[in-house]
Design a protein around this ligand. Structure first.
Ligand code: ZN
Length: 252
């Protein structure tokens, strides 16, 4: 059995073997797209906004050199960082100016753990791990405003992005019921906002019950026992859509 490392963490073999926070949330959105991603048949395009976050992550992981080498598109022909990504440097500087933020980011970086939850194996990667004290996850986001979710209305961004789900998974797999904190910075211009946010235990417990309600179905899909359902809304479903009939405009 191979050991899980930063290098093989997202390999197909390990994506198939383990559930993870992002994978579970992806299954919640579209089973078909998630299976295509796991099998390497589809990759969601990486947006500029996403790469700004990844740049900040890489800085605090201490892996910025590797990140730069993997993403030459971040640089101009003369070798300077493109203006879109220079914002990432402002965000890093803003974070580094705050003593409390830096204290929360001073734990062990990118700590990988595996364990079992609701009968299936999971893997987690902790951004900043304060053993025996806290789990800290760094998030770089648009802003701290609530987000519109179809069927639910405007809800807190923590719930819209499933950070409560992530907190539940990390807390159980880490195994010591530690508090989960989000160390957050925004991509707002000209000034980035920062915060250290807690997620109340009662919200984490509700998130656990959501995981429990869906995990068996997703495990069956991963094992090929059930056909993945297409959401018919995401980019993957649009890309692979095959027309077979005429539909009334009222159904679209
Ligand atoms: Zn879909």
């Amino acid at each position: 059995m191979s050991i899980l490392t930063n290098e093989n963490y997202f390999d197909t073999e390990n994506q198939l073997k383990y559930f993870g926070s992002s994978q579970f949330k992806s299954f919640m959105k579209c089973e078909a797209a998630t299976m295509a991603e796991i099998n390497g048949e589809y990759e969601e395009p990486k947006s500029t906004a996403l790469l700004v976050g990844s740049f900040v992550d890489a800085h605090f992981e201490g892996t910025l050199d590797i990140f730069r080498a993997k993403h030459p598109e971040l640089f101009t022909k003369s070798g300077d960082l493109k203006s879109d990504y220079r914002q990432a440097e402002y965000i890093i500087q803003r974070i580094e100016r705050d003593e409390m933020f830096m204290r929360y980011m001073s734990g062990k970086k990118q700590v990988i753990k595996t364990g079992e939850l609701f009968g299936v194996p999971w893997k987690i990667k902790i951004d900043s791990y304060h053993e025996g004290k806290a789990i800290v996850d760094l998030k770089v986001m648009k802003d701290f405003e609530p987000i519109w979710v179809d069927g639910q209305g405007r809800i807190p961004f923590v719930e819209a992005w499933g950070y409560d789900i992530q907190a539940a998974i990390y807390q159980v797999i880490e195994g010591n019921n530690l508090p989960f904190f989000i160390a957050a910075a925004t991509k707002q211009k000209p000034e980035s906002d920062i915060a250290i946010m807690s997620i109340p235990q009662e919200d984490i417990d509700i998130a656990k019950s959501i995981i429990q309600a869906h995990i068996q179905r997703f495990d069956d899909v991963k094992k090929g026992l059930s056909e993945p359902i297409r959401c018919e809304k995401c980019d993957y479903c649009k890309r692979t859509k095959v027309l077979t009939e005429i539909v009334s405009y009222k159904e679209i």
